[in-house]
Each structure stands twice: as structure tokens, then as C-alpha cells.
Design a protein around this ligand. Structure first.
Ligand SMILES: *Cc1c(COP(=O)(O)O)cnc(C)c1O
Length: 411
């Protein structure tokens, strides 16, 4: 064995999370570096879906709202997610999509901030975050102004007209991570509320919403939580803000949904931020994913993610020198989440060529090859092998075939 192979074998043998990989359906030979975009399938999800469809729906029919406790799934799963992100039971619901929850959180935060009209974010934030802000601005007829400033200028723009700051903690493209406690403190000093987009945080890094004084947060169910394609998202509302207005005031957020009253009367707890009927089948898959990751210690997850990233960056060094890859993620792992991105002028074609070698990462426009590190099912040996396959693609220039340059609708 080479000394690298030996080192990596030791790391894998001593990995406290090594047993988790077998809980996922993953084909032999496949190296999946895109679990930050769509998490892998937990084996338990298959059985849970079979039961939900065949038994709960097929046999139980409508009685399963109570019999299988479908009705409480948003709160039940929310409480489990709360444990991963430093929130208390009763502060998180699983519901809707991340995009919709961004809108709900913006509306709720604005309702607490009379006299302030600016909703602020950083340039380069995930597009849906910008779009939701811009839509709210249009809806408000000029009452609310959506503003994006360069990332480095955000804290300096926290003035008295700012109602809400919306930031993604771990940047979707670069992986750069914001210091949540520092941002919350700076914002609160100016009376600004903060909404955190945790799409690339939850299940990947340690998050302490309450410890850092967070106000609102939202995030994805299908990334590091392994909830399945299009899984329901989640929304956190700190206890002290739960009297805020639920702008998408649906009947599931009513204090008494089954009284069928025509006058809206908001539920008192976090349930008021529910809109309509929960997507039960999606909730079942989400819960299976959440149940699996809550068995892991997030400190182990983070520690392994850091080590995987360090190994990846070290292995990529020769390719950076010889083939023009450029690390765009922070060098310092303390400032970085759980994916590592490299810029390359041919990143798109390279990502496509990699797929044919059974290494799945992804491309983010205009020139980023993004490699997601999911500690529950990646091995250190996978990182070494992935870079080995990538270097073969570079040596042979096999990426430079016409079929790898054709842009597809989903990247
Ligand atoms: C993935 C992601 C989203 C996705 O939102 P959806 O409504 O689920 O499509 C939102 N924000 C960030 C930062 C993301 O990374």
C-alpha cells in the first residue's frame, strides 16, 4: 500500500461515522459529491414510503390523519430538526418549500418592524432569496424596498431604515460561511432582524440558533437532511417572535382549523406559520432522513467534513498547478461549510465528463465545479479516488468532447 492509501485507510477505519454509509442506497463504484444538492436515499426511506402509501394511505385512508399522526407531522418533524440547529421544541415547523418559507419569514419579520422599509441581502446570494425579496417589494406597492449590497458591505449598511437582513449562512457557490452570532449581534445593535437561510448548514455544520440570538431561519429538506427530491423545507421562528403576522395565513395556521371559521385567528405557537395541508408523502421521506441524521453527533459530522475538505484540497493541489483549477472556497475551514468549489474555464464540460467516470459533482454558473462533502456516506478513500479520476480526465482531455459541452436544463 502507498503511504497515502494507508493513511486514508486508517482514517476510514477510525471514522466514528463509518457505520452510517451502509444505511444509504449507494451503488458500488459511485462517488457521490452532490449530496449538498440532493442527498442520497436512506434505505429506511424505502420501507417508510411503502408503509405510508400501502398501509397508511391505502388501508387507513382518511383515518390516518390521526391514526398515523399525519396531522402533527409539521411540528413533530420540526422538533427533530430543531435539535440539529440549536432550537427548542416548538420553534421549528417542517412545511412548504424553502422559497415559500423565505417569503413567510420576510413577511413575519416585517410585521414586527413598523417604520422600517428596507429588506437587505448580499449580492450573490442564492437567486430565489433575491427573487422572493423582489416579489415582496412589488407586492408592497413601494412600501418595502429590496436591496442587495456587496457581501463585504452588509454589516456597514445596517441602518435605521433596515427592517430585515436575509443571509445564507453557507454560500451555495463558494461554501464561505458567515459567523452567525457576530452578524446577529451587529444587526440587533441597529434594531435589524435577521433571517438565516440554512440550506447548506443544517446537517452539515453545527448550528446554534438560540445560542447566537437568531430571529428567523429557513432551509432545505432535500440537501444534507436527505429528505428526497423536493422534500418539504423548514422554518424557525424564535419563541419571542411567534406573535408575528403570518402573511400566508392558511387554514392549517388557524387556531382551530376544523372549526371552519371564516375569520382568521392565528394559532398561538409556531403552527401559525403553516399554510395548508402538509404534503404527507414528502413528510414521510423527510422524517426518515431526519431520523437518520439525528442519530449522528453533529460535532463528529463537522469534524469529518473539515477533514474531508482538507484532504480534497490537498489532493487537488497538483491539478490546480497543472490544469488551471482555482480554489474559490475559503482556505480556512473555520470560514467554510461542507462543500469545496474550484473555478475552471471548462468546469461545465469537466463536471459532465466526471459523471461518465461515476463521480457526481455539479456545476454552478459561470465556471464553478462544486464538490459536496456529506460525512454520513462519504469515505476518505472516495475523495482520493475522485481526484484520481478527475486527474485522468484532465491528462487525457477527455472532457473536451462535444457531448460534454452541450448545456442541459439542470446543472
Ligand atoms: C437549495 C437552496 C434553496 C432552494 O430553495 P427551494 O425553494 O427548495 O427550491 C434556497 N436557498 C439556498 C441558499 C439554497 O441553497
Amino acid at each position: 500500500m502507498t503511504s497515502l492509501a494507508h493513511q486514508v485507510a486508517v482514517l476510514d477505519a477510525n471514522d466514528p461515522l463509518r457505520e452510517f454509509r451502509d444505511q444509504f442506497q449507494l451503488r458500488d463504484g459511485l462517488i457521490y459529491l452532490d449530496g449538498n444538492s440532493l442527498g442520497a436515499l436512506p434505505k429506511a426511506t424505502m420501507a417508510a414510503m411503502q408503509d405510508a402509501v400501502g398501509e397508511q394511505w391505502g388501508e387507513g385512508l382518511i383515518t390516518s390523519w390521526l391514526g398515523a399522526d399525519w396531522v402533527n407531522s409539521p411540528r413533530r418533524i420540526g422538533d427533530k430538526i430543531a435539535a440539529l440547529i440549536g432550537a427548542n421544541p416548538g420553534e421549528v415547523i417542517a412545511a412548504d418549500s424553502t422559497s415559500v418559507n423565505i417569503f413567510k419569514a420576510l413577511g413575519a419579520a416585517l410585521s414586527l418592524q413598523s417604520g422600517r422599509s428596507v429588506i437587505l441581502t448580499e449580492e450573490g446570494n442564492f437567486p430565489t432569496d433575491h427573487y422572493m425579496m423582489q416579489g415582496l417589494e412589488r407586492l408592497s406597492g413601494g412600501g418595502v424596498r429590496s436591496l442587495a449590497v456587496p457581501a463585504g458591505d452588509v454589516l456597514g449598511r445596517l441602518e435605521d431604515d433596515v427592517a430585515v437582513l436575509l443571509l445564507t449562512q453557507v454560500h451555495y457557490k463558494t461554501g464561505a460561511m458567515r459567523d452567525m452570532a457576530a452578524v446577529n449581534a451587529a444587526a440587533h445593535k441597529h434594531g435589524v432582524l435577521v433571517i438565516w437561510d440554512l440550506s447548506h448548514s443544517t446537517g452539515a455544520i453545527e448550528v446554534d440558533l438560540n445560542g447566537s440570538g437568531a430571529d428567523f431561519a429557513i432551509g432545505c429538506g432535500y440537501k444534507f437532511l436527505n429528505g428526497g427530491p423536493g422534500a418539504p423545507a423548514y422554518m424557525y421562528v424564535a419563541q419571542r417572535h411567534q406573535h408575528a403576522d403570518a402573511v400566508l395565513a392558511g387554514w392549517f395556521g388557524h387556531a382551530r382549523p376544523f372549526a371552519f371559521e371564516e375569520q382568521y385567528d392565528a394559532a398561538s405557537g409556531v403552527e401559525r406559520f403553516l399554510c395548508g395541508t402538509p404534503p404527507v408523502l414528502g413528510m414521510v421521506a423527510l422524517e426518515a432522513g431526519v431520523d437518520l441524521i439525528t442519530q449522528a453527533d453533529m460535532r463528529d459530522v463537522r469534524a469529518k467534513s473539515v477533514k474531508l475538505a482538507e484532504l480534497l484540497i490537498a489532493q487537488m493541489q497538483p491539478l490546480c498547478t497543472q490544469y488551471g483549477f482555482e480554489l474559490v472556497s475559503p482556505q480556512n475551514r473555520k470560514e467554510s461549510g461542507s462543500h469545496v468549489s474550484f473555478a475552471h474555464p471548462n468546469a461545465y464540460a469537466i463536471a459532465q465528463a466526471l459523471k461518465t467516470r461515476d463521480v457526481i459533482g455539479d456545476f454552478r454558473a459561470p465556471d464553478v465545479l462544486r464538490l459536496g462533502l456529506t460525512p454520513l456516506y462519504l469515505r476518505y478513500a472516495d475523495i482520493v479516488e475522485a481526484v484520481h479520476r478527475l486527474s485522468e480526465i484532465c491528462v487525457t482531455r477527455s472532457w473536451d468532447r462535444p457531448e460534454f459541452h452541450a448545456m442541459s436544463a439542470v446543472t
